[in-house]
Write a protein that binds this ligand. Sequence first.
Ligand code: FPP
Length: 251
Amino acid sequence: MASEIPNHIAIIMDGNGRWAERRGRPRVFGHVRGSGRVKAIVEVASRLGVKALTLYAFSTENWSRPESERLVLWKLLKKYLIRDAEQLHRQNVKLRVIGETDRLDADIRAVLDPVVQKLTSNTGLQLTFAISYGSRREMVYAAKKFAEECLAGRAHPDELNEVLMEEYLWTSDFGDLSEVDLFIRTSGEQRISNFLLWQAAYAEFIFTDICWPDFEPKDLESAIQEYARRERRFGGVGKGLPERPHRNIFA
Ligand code: FPP
């Protein structure tokens, strides 16, 4: 059996557009409802003692959506940050953003950066928004950065192993929490869609038909119950992650 509460939950908040279309409403109406779900899910995750919650808010591929839809998403993100920053702080939530944040417009950074800064020393739930995030892009960045270190003589290719690789990923400062335990995707789609490919290598996956705007705290609780019933073997026969090479094994 998996331990009862997963340390790190990652969620693909999918189905906003379809949820709205089924109701004869524009797709962005689904994003409005979907953004309203974030608060309650953060609250319940925090209350249950989940240590890290990573939400896929905007992928590298989402840049291809119409500008009008992108603008609504940015507006909703800013609204959430402005409205909820104080409460997140009271809940002791730490906020991070992973992704190509330098692609974000200055007006988004102007709201985002101070909130991240304000919550940076909090020690409760580690909430991360993946924004302009793509796992393949993350790995390309990591490879480039390591190659640069090698060219500068500060690293050697023989040093590279799974543990050192993690230091070059955008989740490097998650420490022990970078490993995703429970990976949830809403809306019935059963794909990973370039989200945390490295970090979710041993995650338990739960795909629910519920669209994100309808996803409630009780749905997170039942996903956690299902997770607790799963037997995690990590490719072995017993419990725990497989033995990992020491960082300097080749040094
Ligand atoms: C997927 O639904 C959802 C997104 C691309 C965006 C998720 C963003 C939010 C829930 C709002 C962000 C706000 C905060 C506070 C983080 P979809 O549009 O792909 O749905 P579809 O698959 O039905 O078309």
